[in-house]
Design a protein around this ligand. Structure first.
Ligand SMILES: NC(=O)C1=CN([C@@H]2O[C@H](COP(=O)(O)OP(=O)(O)OC[C@H]3O[C@@H](n4cnc5c(N)ncnc54)[C@H](O)[C@@H]3O)[C@@H](O)[C@H]2O)C=CC1
Ligand SMILES: O=C(O)C(=O)COP(=O)(O)O
Length: 387
């Protein structure tokens, strides 16, 4: 019986994919797999039996990836599964920032008891007027699952779209509209765009990527949208620039004490992926990833180990070895198995940065003492007997 724990509520359509061989447990200590959305895992004690964490979503800054890797815990995310949900909210943000829609709604509510509200509104509406997005320049920083959808949709809204992503994947590049202008210096976006939207992961290299210098380059009419993570932007500098009228609006999906209530800030409560469709897509993908790993040893969409897949096991046994990406590891494994008289029928070994994974199909059951020898090999993080 495989046991899983949910650190956040996960859509039922996904959990329903678990077969009768799976049991949901209330205590993470008992879990072999964890499903999570935005719950912070950095300070959590990770149980010895934990084999996999699946983030039902994109951002993994809430998960200690290296600590997990060192303990042989494979972390997955669900690339693209909530991208459309975020894209749609980005357009809502652009439109909310273009006219004072929030101020207009507030005005209506404040005047709800005015019998003449219809007439008064006609006089007041000029206070909430703004501009259109059609014909404006949009800069998209980060052209992954979300950035590509935003950029492509913006071209259909009549926007002139600038795209910046020095690490763009081949598949994202194929998906990107030909109308999107390729920008190789992000400063061109800061200087020229009317709307700037950021869609990069939060990493050490991207923290405060939009800093005071970048903000100083922007037009006084610029609208910045942040549906990625608040720490990507120097929000103190942003709030100062807004107060001084140096830029027009900052739209963020990440409420905090710096931005909520500050002049020019429109903040939503992390709603980007909060749609039925995104939640279902993420849950389905996360559960499939966990099942494929626990049942077949396959790694697909991991963020701390390499992807490595050999389909379903058709031989007598299969083992998965999570190990450091160091020289000589494979010869240790083959020697240990060979000395035990175990023939290798098939094998895949993939690496990613400091970590690697070997998936080995064998023609006989692998006994406990052989598994122990593999586990004791220097550089081995975890050995899993899949079959
Ligand atoms: N508001 C919300 O509810 C949601 C927020 N997010 C956030 O959005 C981020 C992006 O999500 P996806 O598009 O699905 O991820 P993704 O991994 O598909 O795309 C990220 C893109 O950023 C690019 N990138 C990395 N460093 C860069 C840099 N320095 N400059 C320019 N580009 C850079 C990568 O090459 C990649 O193409 C997530 O990491 C997460 O933090 C994601 C989903 C929901
Ligand atoms: O997928 C992401 O990166 C998100 O930010 C969505 O977070 P959530 O699953 O809504 O807590």
């Amino acid at each position: 019986m495989h046991k899983y724990h949910c650190l956040n509520p996960i859509a039922a359509v996904g959990l329903d994919l678990f077969s009768d061989d799976y049991q949901k447990v209330e205590d993470i200590k008992d879990a072999e797999a964890v499903l999570v959305r935005s719950a912070a895992m950095h300070d959590l004690e990770l149980p010895e039996g934990l084999a996999a964490v699946a983030r039902a979503g994109a951002g993994v800054n809430n998960i200690p990836l290296d600590k997990c890797a060192e303990k042989g815990i494979v972390v997955f995310n669900t690339p693209g599964a909530n991208a459309n949900g975020v894209k749609e909210l980005v357009f809502a943000g652009m439109l909310y920032a273009s006219r004072d829609i929030v101020g207009g709604i507030d005005w209506c509510l404040a005047n709800q008891n005015d019998e003449n509200i219809a007439k008064t509104a006609e006089k007041q509406k000029k206070n909430f007027a703004g501009t259109e997005i059609s014909g404006k320049k949009l800069g998209v920083i980060g052209l992954g699952a979300i950035g590509v959808l935003v950029a492509n949709a913006a071209t259909h809204m009549g926007m002139e779209v600038y795209g910046y992503d020095p690490y763009i994947s081949v598949s994202a590049a194929w998906s990107l509209s030909r109308s999107v202008k390729h920008i190789s210096n992000v400063e061109d976006i800061y200087r020229e765009c009317d709307y700037i939207t950021i869609h990069v992961p939060l990493l050490d290299s991207t923290r405060k990527m939009i800093g005071a210098d970048a903000i100083a380059m922007m037009k006084p009419t610029a609208i910045v949208l942040n549906f990625a993570r608040d720490l990507l932007v120097d929000e103190e500098a942003m709030v100062d620039a807004l107060a001084a009228g140096k830029i027009k609006k900052y739209v963020s999906d990440f409420p905090n004490t710096t931005t909520v209530g500050a002049k020019g800030c429109i903040v939503t409560p992390h709603l980007g992926a909060s749609t039925a469709e995104s939640e279902d897509n993420c849950a389905l993908m996360a559960v499939r990833e966990i099942r494929d790993y626990l049942e077949n040893g396959n790694i697909v969409h991991s963020v701390n180990f390499p992807d490595c897949s050999m389909g379903a096991c058709m031989t007598a046994g299969r083992i998965g070895i999570l190990h450091k990406n160091e020289s000589g590891m494979l010869s240790h494994f083959t020697t240990i198995l060979g000395n035990a008289g175990i023939n290798i029928d098939g094998m895949a070994n993939k690496s990613r940065g400091d970590y690697a994974y070997a998936l080995i199909d064998v023609d006989t059951n692998v006994p406990e003492d052989v598994l122990a020898k593999l586990e004791q090999t220097d550089g081995v993080l975890k050995v899993r007997k899949v079959k």
